[in-house]
Ligand binder design. Structure first.
Ligand code: PXP
Length: 275
């Protein structure tokens, strides 16, 4: 595991005056679907991964239904909504099509994200101020249906103000830049980004918004963010699904070896019997 320049002491990234609430983990299972879609068919199944994530301690499941359906499908959302025992956080762009899908399924929460077809993952946060006119009624329709609305934003004061103005319940702070700087071993940049997140989280909480964070988090980068007391939920996907390969691959190979050896053993036994 590579070493990155992130603060290790709680004092470097904690907010003294806030009561400490539990920190929930939402596991994003998009990339189980990415792997499934590489072959078509049903395996590996994102719903099975969701159940395992919950077994492992996830408080909720996050899935991003993209306009191009590159990973999660409409059927995945139906199955997750019908069969999950924990809250579903549906990430989606603020489009008419997605609004209808969300209103049909009524997930626990919708996280509105910017979406561009050519991007590999969600790059940058929503331009809440610039899209306020569209977002306000959009957020209201979701909230009227009993869905909590989260906006995926950069940790920026003006955007937090705008998120509050359009009626969001939650802001999810985009930790991508912080994580990239950590990967580049830029300790000054990391410290600067952590400070931005801390200030943004305090401001958002004081405006009555629930504060979440996510994107690019790893074992190395999670703790300084987890020490910001105002943040009450982290959404983590790609790294966890990647790590699951390393944690689970030797077990899967061992199981395959056993099945192959059993079959060969049976073949030898029947060949001996035929003589
Ligand atoms: N939060 C939001 C809003 C996202 O769009 C994503 C990526 O789909 C994540 C969290 C999780 O990011 P990662 O897969 O890098 O952990």
């Amino acid at each position: 595991m590579q070493h990155v320049a992130v603060p290790r002491k709680a004092s470097e990234a904690s907010s003294a005056s806030t009561p400490i609430r539990a920190l929930r983990l939402g596991v994003n299972i998009d990339h189980v679907a990415t792997l499934r879609n590489a072959r078509g068919g049903m395996h590996p199944d994102p719903l099975r991964a969701a159940h395992l994530a919950i077994e492992g301690g996830a408080d909720g499941i996050t899935a991003h239904l993209r306009e191009d359906r590159r990973h999660i499908s409409d059927t995945d959302i139906t199955r997750l909504k019908n069969e999950l025992t924990r809250p579903l956080n549906l990430e989606m762009a603020a489009t008419k099509e997605m609004l209808q899908i969300a209103l049909r399924h009524v997930p626990n929460a919708c996280c509105l994200v910017p979406e561009r077809r050519e991007e590999r993952t969600t790059e940058g946060g929503l331009d809440v101020k610039g899209s306020a006119k569209m977002l306000k009624p959009f957020v209201a329709k979701l909230r009227d249906a009993g869905i909590r609305v989260s906006l995926f934003i950069e940790p920026d004061p003006k955007t937090i103000e705008a998120a509050s103005d359009v009626g969001a319940d939650i802001v999810e702070l985009h930790t991508g830049k912080y994580c990239n700087l950590a990967l580049e071993h830029d300790s000054n940049g990391v410290a600067r980004e952590l400070e931005r997140h801390k200030k943004a989280a305090i401001l958002a909480a004081s405006a009555g918004l629930e504060v979440h964070a996510g994107h690019g988090l790893t074992y190395n980068t999670v703790q300084p963010i987890a020490r910001i007391a105002e943040i009450v939920e982290l959404n983590i996907g790609h790294f966890l699904i990647g790590e699951a390969i390393f944690g689970g691959l030797s077990m899967a190979v061992r199981r395959m070896r056993v099945l192959m050896d059993e079959a060969r053993e049976a073949l030898s036994t029947s060949a001996r019997g035929a003589k």
